[in-house]
Design a protein around this ligand. Structure first.
Ligand code: 2DT
Length: 212
């Protein structure tokens, strides 16, 4: 019998919502319970394309807005063969940001429609579950100052949050919103329940194509 595929689980949310911490905790828990799982993140800054994006985020270079949007997308596409291979081998992938960040961040800039921003990512492996860690701007501010990278201002983050809310309206994506103002452990428990359920369901279903 062919091996059951792994699930594609994405964590999204504004800065300071705890995405990276929660991705790590989920992967650790899955591995400890004997399920193959690995973490990935976007942008993946180690590739040639990822280095261009990384320099842009660190304000070490300037790139035209459409151009950088396409580079973020290309950075996902270049990892697709690896993602598919791992999923087919039965490894669950827990991904810190995906195309939804791509769309929310660029469409928060003036002159960009949601529709244009979605186009380059149409057909990517479709996540079986997208968990959005929701945190109000006031609660994010309580977690300390934003960092030094591009986009790390509260005004821009609020615009991004609004764009994410527009994306939730898309019923073709399995969005689950979790209140990220709870304790790390409470958020982790919520994420674990949703993830275990989806891992069991996804293993018998074909991998979908995003926004197609
Ligand atoms: P972190 O590495 O701290 O998560 O920040 N971004 C991300 C985009 O503008 N487009 C994208 O496609 C993706 C995946 C969000 C990365 C920053 O890059 C933004 C914050």
């Amino acid at each position: 019998m062919a091996c059951k595929r792994g699930a594609l689980i994405v964590l999204e949310g504004v800065d300071k919502a705890g995405k990276t911490t929660q991705c790590k905790k989920l992967v650790q828990l899955l591995q400890q319970s004997g399920r193959p799982a690995e973490m990935m993140r976007f942008p993946e800054r180690t590739t040639t394309i990822g280095q261009l994006v990384g320099a842009y985020l660190e304000n070490k270079s300037d790139l035209e807005d459409h151009t950088v949007h396409l580079l973020f997308s290309a950075n996902r596409w270049e990892l697709v063969p690896l993602m598919k291979k791992k999923l087919e081998q039965g490894t669950t992938l827990v991904v810190d940001r995906y195309a939804f960040s791509g769309v929310a961040f660029t469409s928060a800039k003036p002159g960009f429609s949601l529709d244009w921003c979605m186009k380059p990512d149409v057909g990517l492996p479709k996540p079986d579950l997208v968990i959005f860690l929701k945190l109000s701007p006031a609660e994010a501010a309580l977690r300390g100052q934003f960092g030094e990278e591009r986009y790390e201002t509260s005004v821009f983050q609020q615009a991004v949050q609004q764009k994410f809310e527009e994306l939730f309206k898309d019923p073709s994506v399995n969005w689950q919103v979790i209140d990220a103002s709870q304790s790390v452990q409470a958020v982790h428990e919520n994420i674990t329940i949703l993830s275990q359920k989806i891992i069991n369901t996804a293993q018998d279903l074909p991998l979908g194509e995003l926004w197609k």
